[in-house]
Each structure stands twice: as structure tokens, then as C-alpha cells.
Design a protein around this ligand. Sequence first.
Ligand code: DMJ
Length: 929
Amino acid sequence: MSEAGGGRGCGSSVPQRAPWSLVAATAAFCLVSATSVWTAGAAPMSREERQKLGNQVLEMFDHAYGNYMEHAYPADELMPLTCRGRVRGQEPSRGDVDDALGKFSLTLIDSLDTLVVLNKTKEFEDAVRKVLRDVNLDNDVVVSVFETNIRVLGGLLGGHSLAIMLKEKGEYMQWYNDELLQMAKQLGYKLLPAFNTTSGLPYPRINLKFGIRKPEARTGTETDTCTACAGTLILEFAALSRFTGATIFEEYARKALDFLWEKRQRSSNLVGVTINIHTGDWVRKDSGVGAGIDSYYEYLLKAYVLLGDDSFLERFNTHYDAIMRYISQPPLLLDVHIHKPMLNARTWMDALLAFFPGLQVLKGDIRPAIETHEMLYQVIKKHNFLPEAFTTDFRVHWAQHPLRPEFAESTYFLYKATGDPYYLEVGKTLIENLNKYARVPCGFAAMKDVRTGSHEDRMDSFFLAEMFKYLYLLFADKEDIIFDIEDYIFTTEAHLLPLWLSTTNQSISKKNTTSEYTELDDSNFDWTCPNTQILFPNDPLYAQSIREPLKNVVDKSCPRGIIRVREESFRSGAKPPLRARDFMATNPEHLEILKKMGAASSIDAEDGLRFMQEMIELSSQQQKEQQLPPRAVQIVSHPFFGRVVLTAGPAQFGLDLSKHKETRGFVASSKPYNGCSELTNPEAVMGKIALIQRGQCMFAEKARNIQNAGAIGGIVIDDNEGSSSDTAPLFQMAGDGKDTDDIKIPMLFLFSKEGSIILDAIREYEEVEVLLSDKAKDRAAILKGKMIPSYIINSNPEMENEEQPSSENDSQSAEQITSSSQEVDLVDQESPEESSLNSQPESLSPADMDNAASVSPSEQISNPMENHETTSLDGECTDLDNQLQEQSETEEDSNPNVSWGKKVQPIDSILADWNEDIEAFEMMEKDEL
Ligand code: DMJ
């Protein structure tokens, strides 16, 4: 157990206290009392700057919410690239991700309490009216019980909690009569059939109209669910019971939690990722704090905070002890096997675990929270966002990032606990990165690949429910919020439930509850919670002193130094066990150790098992490493200005873009278009990036022909119509089996859908300039580059100012900028370390023909866990006709009152919006500077 894990967690040492008083005050104490403390490590941020950042968050929220309401509502989510609503059944299925969509205007409901936190009370009032008028909870659609609970039930309850707060204040919501609560109750009853199992664990899905197991329901045959899915209900269900007096909801959620607790692995006290809902057997026996388990732990601690029930705290503390013993390998949090908890189950971490430092703050264990948060921040600084999964040596494992809020959440809680302005700077970076890399004219788009900066046509509702709340609260002072946030607890979706529920309708039978509490006064609280008065009494640099040793942990990562070596090895002075990555078949000592494994003792057997597992992971990792990472084609000319980033396949020959500066140039189609013979239009491609069609000859031959014609780069476009990097694995273009050293120009490959975006742009604008690189470049740098239309500069005086190093240079710099065709070098944002990481050995077999099956498949860009039938493509806005047709051919809305998914924005209008947005973006960038 970590030093901080036992005895000093919030409330753990004072179970005799009155539950409601303890939890409310303790939570408030842990999170609030430190805000006046400033550690001297990071410079304090002025009130003015915090206000400016708060305003920036408001503007960003308006951009996301406004576009959802204008272009997507009443659909569940906004598709920000094609600027329309995502309607289930009208888009290709994305698998489980779609189970959050129930045709119940998900984003609107998930945004309700965010509107109040952000002081948008009028908009809140309108939004509640829309929910009451438009939302139908009786659709024939199969939804995830977990997602519907945390997003929709939680959203309605959060909305209700703040509606009654506002009504009581006397200005807004005077007409409100618990209508949201009635909807929540209706939804609660719809979810209850899912609990009809002998174990009490809920089925993972339910049909909103037909329930479960009836033929019409199309669900109810599942046998497994994830631990978080079954264990993340108590806050919403208990709140529903206590608000309404209907005890059944809290009872069902408690029963599911009781069952999970019974099924914990008794020697390790850990739980697995998935469980059989009928037998209670663990289906997946790996255990971590991220995907599949995360909010189960969160809800145990928060159930104690909200309900004051000691048994929840005892359970949480037992699990926490196990987590700190086995999973926490500071600064890493690594999954282990529940039966063999000294064995790591993975060599990578997922992005969901980023919430854990925030939970550790609530628990009162600040040190490991600071450490893990710092490690995560460095991963973010390397890739701009937290990739969905990353390895223990901080390389990208799954490259997506769906704008998850967990890291912002932990940043907020750490700031509240430490008062360290460093965390404000972290928040500022998050804001900058969102605006630079995820903002698109119609909202914010998920990152399809953090390495290239390409987008997915997706803006999940949790982005509005959580991200903006945490970012806004991070910079807000108490008086910036119209109510006292400390009177509420955040659910896992950041919905707000009032702490006074702990004393309301407590008639529900509490199993295992010892409720002998006596009220103590607040002066005793300083010993119940490791608050900053204890943590930082003589040392204001405490938080910084914890971060400091980790400051290069990502850039100078050395996995062997970080991953835990078993404690017993250290203690006994024995040699650490042989790791797969160190194994050499030629080393006799290694062979001897290998022979011993599995033979002599259980420790040897454990080593053997780990060795085998590591060997398997290592070999798949090495396979990946031998493949070149994807590249980016970024359209930088008017009106795109770097907003369109296309994921491209690299070539095993020609200029390596990971080692050299990017190549920027206008594009021109080669003649012949297949580039298989000497070009007949060398004057057109001279000094440009030639577009060539795939097929007829080898990639290398095409490259030589365009190079001979004077091209400075080439883009091969797939001849297989409709192909896309969303649905096909990206590959690298192999050489021709001969020496290709003569090819000096960079060559990239685009699938047909991505390629057609460039071809369409040429048709529309003639002059199209692109940037070929290993990673999309910062748009601000692109805007500073050549070919900025003078109308933008003229209409934006601040842009001129930005270029002025000092007032003496005023007149000169304005001139410099308006001579817009001058080339300005882009700043390479990558560190040398990163460049070398990207330059992987070329090892794939040479292909005979470029479009033959012998082309080596490369690493799939998208998350391998997800269905590849996604619709999300950069610039899919050019394919609107097809999509319109597809829409009309697919499922009709089951709610006759609401017209679903009919709002498709024409391309001209999207481009017009882009122009506006570019200007707004520039203004914003200047503001920041
Ligand atoms: C949110 O929906 C919730 O926070 C959930 O618990 C898991 N994470 C997503 C956002 O990443």
C-alpha cells in the first residue's frame, strides 16, 4: 500500500461522523480550502488572464453547442465535418459506440447543467423547454444501459437539480414543476427490466420501447457486461429514488454493487474487466483503473460522499489499497491479472484512466495523483492530445482521441487541491490545443489520429457535458458561478447532484451499514483529510517537488526503469527476473533461466508466464515498429488554411518526411494521370506537387517520372473508387525491389475519398496548395505563411499587429505581411527525439506492382477495437450528395413529431462558414498573443 493510501483518506478515519455532514464538508474541504495557496513553482496567473481564459471557454462552448443546435438538433450528436446530425440507422454502424444514441437528443440533455455552470441561464431555460417538448424516451432503439444512465438519466437529474435551485432563487424557471424529474423517472422505469437477472447485474443493453428478451426487443441474449457498466448506477439511481421517494431504483443499483463486491477476487481484492451477468464468473480477468472498470471505483467513493454509507467507503478503501499495491507503478497505472496481480496484463495504458488522479484527490492521496497527472501531461505535450492508448514507453498505441474530458477533470481537481497555478497553465494548453487542432467550422471534431492531426466526423456529447464544465470551473472564481458548486457532487459524466440528497428519503434498506454517527464540528476536519495545510505547511513547492523528477519521463523514457521490478527481488537481493525485451537466445545464462521457469517454484512459474506474455506482446509491438507511421496531407491554401488534414500512407523511398522539413507546394495533375511514362505536361508540374493515379506501373516508376518533370513531391491517389482510410487499412508504398536512392522527392498515398477532396478543391479553386508532412502543422504557423489573401489581412488589423515585434516596426511589418506571397518558414514543432521515433526501419518486402496484393499492409490507423465502418472522414463534406441519398434510403425516425437528420449544409455554405470561422480563429489567436 502506498504511504498515502491508508488511514488518511477523506473520512476513512472518522466513520463515527454524521454521514451528510462529513461528506459534504470533507469533500468541500479537500477541494476548496487549498485554492488560496500558491506554490512558488509556477508564476501565479492574474485574475484578468483567468477571466480571459474563462471567456475563451465560453466562446468555445457556444461554438460547439451553437452548431449542434443549429445543424444537428434534434439528432443525438453533431457530425462536425459534414455539419449535420448523427441519426442512428442513417449512418453506417460504428458498433458499440452507437449504443449511446437513443434518438433522444442526447447532446442537448447531456448539456443541460453545463449551461447553468457556464451562466447561460436563459439558454438553460430554453433548452429545458425543448427537452420537454421534443424528447421521446419511447423509441424502438437498443441502447446501452450504462451510457443511458450516465448521460441521459444523469443529464435529466442534473438539469432537475439546477432547475429547482434556480426556481428557488426566484428569477428563472418559475414555471418549472419537476417535469425533468418526471422524465427521469419514466426513463428509470424503462431501464429496470435490464436488472432482471439472478445476479442483479444488469444486461448491458435494453430496447427503450420493448425492454428486454421479447422478440421485438432485439436484445437480452448477452451474457457479459463490463464492471463499470454494472457498477456505475448508484449515484443516478439513488438520486432518482431520493428525489421521487420510489426506492426501487436505489435498491437495484445497490444489489448490483453488492454482487460485484462479493465477486471481487478475494486474495488480490481486484475486479476484472468483464463479468458474466448470470454466473458472476469473471470473463476478462485483467484489472486496471481505465476502460471497463474506471467508474465502478469512482462510484464507490462518490456513493459514500453522496449517501454517507460507510460500507461504500470500506469497499473503496479495500480496492484502493489493492490498486496502489498492484496497479500503481508511479507514474504509470498498469493493468494486472486479478489472480496473479504481480503480472502486468498489458504494456500500454488507455486514456480513460486519466480520471484517476482526480479521484485520488477526492480520496486525499495527492502525491500519486500529481505524478500520474504529470506523466499524462507530458504525453499530451508530445501528441497535443492523449491518444486512446499509449505504451509504457509513451508511444502511440491507438491513435484516436475523441475529445475525452478525463484529463481536464483531473487538472481541475488537482488545482482545487493544491492551488498550484501550474494547473492553470495546463488548462490553458488544453484550450489552445482544442482550438488549434480540433476546432472546425462546425464545432469540434474528434481526432482520428493524433499523430497526423486528421479528424473524425464525431463530437461526442460528453465533450459538452464534461470538458467545458471542468475547463470553465478551472478558471472561475466563486463569484463567477451563480450557485455554490461545493453543494453538489459530480457524477462520472460531470452531472451535478445536490449533497442534501444524503438526508432525503433515507428509507432504503442499507445492507452492511453501520450508522452510529455523531455530529462533530468542522474544526476537527483538518485531521480527517490530507488537506493542503498538512501537505504544504512549510513547503510551498511541494507539488512542484513531486513533478520535478518526472519532468522528462516521457521524452527520456526508459521502460525498464519505470516498470515495477518485483519488490521481493529487491528485498532478497536476487537478480530481477529476465524480461522478454532483454532475452538473447545466444546468452547461455538466459537459456538457463528460461529452462528454470515453470519448473522450480511458483515465483519461477510466474516469471515464465510473464516472459511468454511479454514475448507475444513484444513481437506484435516489433511488427508495428517496422511499419512506417502515417503521414499528413494538409490543404493550406484559401479557403482551407490547414483545416483539412488527410491521412496519407508513406513511401519506403524518396524523402523521409519524419526526418526532413515538410514539403509545401501547389498541386497539379500529371499527364498521363497514371504517371507511368514521361510526362507530357512538365511545365504544369514543375516546382509543384504532382497528383498521380494509382495503377498500371510501380510506385517508384511514377515517382521517377514526376521527379524528372521537375515535381517537388507526389501524391498517388487510389484508383479504387470509394476507398478510404476509414474503412481500409493504410499501407506504405513499397519500392520496386531495386535501388531507389535516386528518388529524392517525398511521395504520399491517399485513398480515393481523401484524394477526391483535393481533386474537388482544384475544380473549385484552381490553385490548391498542400503541405506534405509527418504531422499536421499548427494552423497559426500556416496562416503566417505565404498566400494569405489580402482581404483577410486587411480585414484583420490584429493580424498585422501580431507580426510586429515592436512599435518601431509598425509600418514595416504591415507591409511584410501584405506581400503575402513571400515564403515564411514553418516552425517544426517536433523534437529530434520524436522525429527519430517516427523513422522506423524499412523492412517490408518490395512490391512488384503498386496496386497488386503484394503491397505490404501497414498499421491500421484507427482504433482496432472499433468497427471500421465509420463515416468520419476529413472533408466528407464533399460527399454530401451520396450521404443525402443514403439518408433517404435508411431508417425513418420513430418519432413523427421530430424531423431527424434532414439538416445537411451545402458545401458552399460550409465554405462560407469556414471563411468566417478562419477570421474568428485569427482574432482569437491574436487575443491569446
Ligand atoms: C464519459 O462518458 C464518462 O466520463 C464515462 O465514465 C467514461 N468516459 C466518458 C468520456 O470519456
